[in-house]
Design a protein around this ligand. Structure first.
Ligand code: ARG
Ligand code: ZN
Length: 434
């Protein structure tokens, strides 16, 4: 090979510049009216080799099921549906063209002129990390913000967050993290929106001032930076971490939100032990450095947290524990606060979110960070942090929206605005309960 080619292929290998293509992938929607349909699609879901990726999981009758199908499997899958008498509609003809439109838009973006606080588009991990550094030095009255280091990702990125709070002793705290699932881009963007409001409105808004004087706000914009960067460079629909324990199978990554110590590895369903699955729970509990780092950072602070949000998309839900069908001890309060949050969200742009128990509204999960954060110490499912108000917001779009993880950037600001109202309403409601 001549020198230039060697250099070029080295460059490609190092940057991973070959993108995963979804050329010819179709997105199908089924609206089930019978249990049998839900079960049938759920069985397809379990067949990892089919490589069907669910955008809206089979949850029950009258709730749409959306999934994309590889062109190689398309005839087989639709023949199965036809044989079962299951009707479907094609909602996206070619998934790659949606991704191309986004890539094109982003490649014409100038990150040096487009500030994060414009909320005009999505940003790379490094941009967000330098931005929180700038906020800390320039926007926080000198002493209200500090950076914290959660740890280091599998690929060696250092994972930081920002703490916003007027210095004081024995302050209670609120935790917000975003981006444990790589492709859910609206989540990190919303974390940056919260950071902007909390740092910017201190002098101009009495409520924000009170919130920052009373509480410490810990905000971690990207839990899974390796996966997030991978969605920019290689595979827009990547969900997991980028750890590699399974060279033989060639399957990479763990679902971070199945890796925490809460019923991890139980046979209750809702997580997979197949390394090729999108919900792979990892080779051991807290195997993922990103999740272990959160555990180690948060555990010493656990008595200070009054509430936690761990942000995902999509579906417009405000989920509370458990990921199984156990009844949470403070169910009434979780519902009361959940209602206050979704009411406040609705007030802003008229968008409906539904609150309720994760397993009931969505589907069962094991090993989620939300359940681990909620579980009291010594809980049978695993030793948790004991945070009484722990929610998983599933941001826009609604479960039928074909945009799914490719939420148009015009929605970054409105999503930020409605969630910020929801976050403030949560704190007020918790205070009213006492
Ligand atoms: N979409 C998320 C996931 O699949 C939701 C999990 C929420 N689980 C919970 N126990 N709150 O990971
Ligand atoms: Zn998610």
């Amino acid at each position: 090979m001549d020198g230039l080619l060697v250099i070029l292929s080295l460059f490609l290998a190092v940057t991973g510049a070959t993108r995963v293509s979804y050329e010819g992938y179709r997105v199908l929607e089924v609206f089930p009216t019978e249990d049998a349909t839900v079960h049938f699609l759920h069985d397809l879901y379990e067949e990892e080799y089919l490589n069907i990726d669910f955008w809206s999981e089979p949850r029950g009758v009258f709730s749409p099921i959306i999934f994309h199908v590889n062109p190689i499997r398309y005839d087989w899958v639709t023949a199965q549906l036809d044989a079962e008498g299951i009707k479907y509609t094609i909602i996206v003809e070619n998934l790659q063209s949606m991704i191309d439109a986004e890539t094109e838009r982003l490649s014409s973006r100038d990150p040096t002129t487009q500030a994060i606080e414009d909320f005009a588009d999505y940003h790379r991990f490094d941009e967000m990390m330098s931005w929180i550094t700038n906020i800390t030095t320039s926007r926080c009255g000198g002493n209200r913000c500090s950076l914290f280091n959660v740890g280091t990702s599998f690929e060696g990125r250092s994972i930081r967050g920002i703490k916003i709070g007027t210095p004081g002793t024995d302050k209670r705290a609120v935790w917000v993290d975003c981006g444990i699932h790589a492709r859910e881009w609206i989540a990190p963007a919303t974390c940056t929106y919260f950071i902007w409001r909390l740092s910017q409105d201190y002098d101009s808004d009495a409520e924000t001032r009170r919130l920052v004087d009373t509480y410490d706000w810990y905000i971690q914009p990207v839990v899974n930076p390796d996966g997030y960067e991978y969605t920019w460079d290689v595979d827009r629909l990547w969900r997991k971490t980028r750890s590699n324990y399974n060279d033989i199978l060639g399957c990479i990554g763990t679902d971070g939100n199945r890796n925490y110590d809460s019923f991890w590895g139980s046979d209750l369903g809702g997580a997979s032990n197949d390394p090729c699955s999108n919900t792979y729970h990892g080779p051991s509990v807290f195997s993922e450095p990103e999740c272990a780092a959160q555990r180690d950072f948060m555990t010493p602070l656990r008595d200070s947290f009054i509430a936690l949000w761990t942000m995902h998309s999509r579906g417009q839900w405000m989920l509370h524990p458990w990921g199984n069908y156990d009844i949470p001890e403070n169910e009434a309060e979780l519902d009361q606060v959940g209602q206050a949050i979704v009411d406040a969200i609705f007030e802003v742009h008229g968008v409906t979110y539904i609150h309720g128990q994760s397993a009931v509204l969505l589907y069962p999960t094991q090993g989620s960070s939300n359940d681990w954060a909620y579980a009291p110490r010594g809980h049978e499912g695993g030793d948790g942090l004991g945070i009484e108000y722990a929610y998983t917001p599933e941001l826009r779009p609604d479960p039928n929206g074909e945009d799914a993880w490719l939420l148009p950037p015009e929605q970054i600001r409105p999503v930020g605005e409605e969630c910020w109202a929801g976050l403030k309403a949560m704190v007020r409601e918790i205070e009213s309960i006492g």
